[in-house]
Each structure stands twice: as C-alpha cells, then as structure tokens.
Design a protein around this ligand. Structure first.
Ligand SMILES: [Zn+2]
Length: 236
C-alpha cells in the first residue's frame, strides 16, 4: 500500500478512497475524544443523568456541525481553485493550441515516453478531449469528479457523530456507579481501534500510533475529570 503521488493522477482512485476512509476514521476519533472529555468532565462534577445527556448531546451536535462547516469551507475553496485552473487551461487551449500541444507532449516525455511517442500521444489525447488531457496530466484533476463540498461536509458530520455516540451512550446508559468505568474503558478500546485503522490506512506502523492515540484520549479524560471534580467540589 502506497500513498498516491502527484505524478499519478489516474492511479488516484484507490488512493482517494483510502484517504476518504482515513478521514472518516480520524473524524470518528475526534468525536470519541472530544465527547468523552466533555461527558467525563461533567461526570466529575455531577451525578445528574440529565446533565450528562445534555452536555454530551450538545457536544455531539456542536462538534459534528463545526467539523462539517470546516470541511465545507475547505473543500469549497479547493474546488474554486480547481475550477479556476480548468478555466485558465480552457483559455490557453483556445488561444495557443500549438503551445499547449507541445506542453502536453513535453509532460508526457517527462513521464518516460520517447519524444516521438509523446508527440503522437499528445496529438491523440488532444483530438479526443484536450481539456481532459491537460486537466489530468498537467493539473492532476478529473474535471468530472471535483470533490463535492456537501458530500465532504456530510461525511465529516456523520463520522464525528458516530464517534461521539460511543462516549455519550456509555455515560448515560449504565448505572451511576459504573458509568465512569464503562465510559473510560470503552473509549480507550475504541481509540485502540481508530488508532490502528488510521495507521494502517496511512501505511504507517500501527504500534506507536495506537499508543499515542490512547494516551491522548486518556489525558483528555483525566484533565476534564479533574476540572469537573474541582468545580463540582467547589460549588453549587
Ligand atoms: Zn495545458
């Protein structure tokens, strides 16, 4: 398993699917850690199941909407940039087709084709669909498959929500005496899973990634629990 490189725009189908999967795992991981920190912190201050449910649900919604909005903005910006690049390419193809043909042949030659084959290939690609050829070889994008910002936003929303549901259910469902342990243990187990998956999808060795991920989650819960316990003892 290798990361897709910018030299291989057409090798990107599997690569981009893996990237999506990895983004989903990381989004779920975010939902787990931030919601676990939130509900464990509130559990440090109060035994009220209603308070835990309210805090957890508000955290789930706030987090998933913030992730979706951030993703929407970022993908929209990227898509605008890709559209601008395509428009520029279209203009160049109209105004200086000869130079563009030479450019395409040159790019194909750099990929390893001999000069003559590259010129021939460039001519054929240009006859069939010049814009698509330039978009693919020069810009590394498929003009028909620009990332949809709504899809990206929806995927982020969903991934965060799935992750956030785990600590939320783990803190509100069990009896009060067990809720903290159930939450901490199930969160740490889930972080082993997400750490392992994201490392494997990124083709990195999983051992350290899992350890970092679990340590990060444990730290988040310890800090918010301490804060909640201090506030709970101090007040109200
Ligand atoms: Zn071009």
């Amino acid at each position: 398993m290798t990361e897709p490189t910018h030299d291989e725009p057409h090798g990107g189908a599997l690569g981009s699917r893996l990237n999506w999967l990895r983004a989903a795992v990381l989004g779920a991981n975010d939902g787990i850690v931030s919601t676990a920190g939130l509900v464990v912190g509130v559990a440090g201050a109060t035994d009220s199941r209603q308070a835990l449910l309210t805090a957890g649900l508000a955290g789930l919604l706030a987090g998933s909407m913030s992730m979706a909005a951030g993703e929407y903005v970022s993908v929209s910006t990227q898509r605008d940039a890709e559209r601008a690049a395509l428009a520029e390419e279209r203009r160049e193809l109209r105004d200086q087709p000869e130079a563009e043909l030479r450019e395409l042949a040159g790019l194909l030659e750099r990929r390893g084709l001999s000069g003559e084959v590259a010129r021939d290939a460039a001519r054929q690609l240009t006859e069939r669909d010049a814009l698509r050829a330039h978009a693919s070889v020069e810009l590394g994008i498929d003009p028909d498959r620009l990332t949809n910002p709504w899809h990206a936003a929806g995927a982020s929303f969903l991934a965060f929500t799935v992750g956030a549901l785990l600590p939320l259910l783990a803190i509100v469902l069990p009896p009060a005496a067990l809720r903290l342990w159930v939450t901490v243990l199930s969160v740490l187990a889930a972080l082993v899973l997400t750490g392992f998956s994201s490392a494997r999808l990124g083709a990195a060795p999983p051992g350290r990634a899992v350890a970092r991920n679990v340590a990060g989650g444990a730290l988040a819960m310890a800090v918010t629990y301490a804060a909640g316990a201090l506030l709970g003892a101090a007040g109200a």
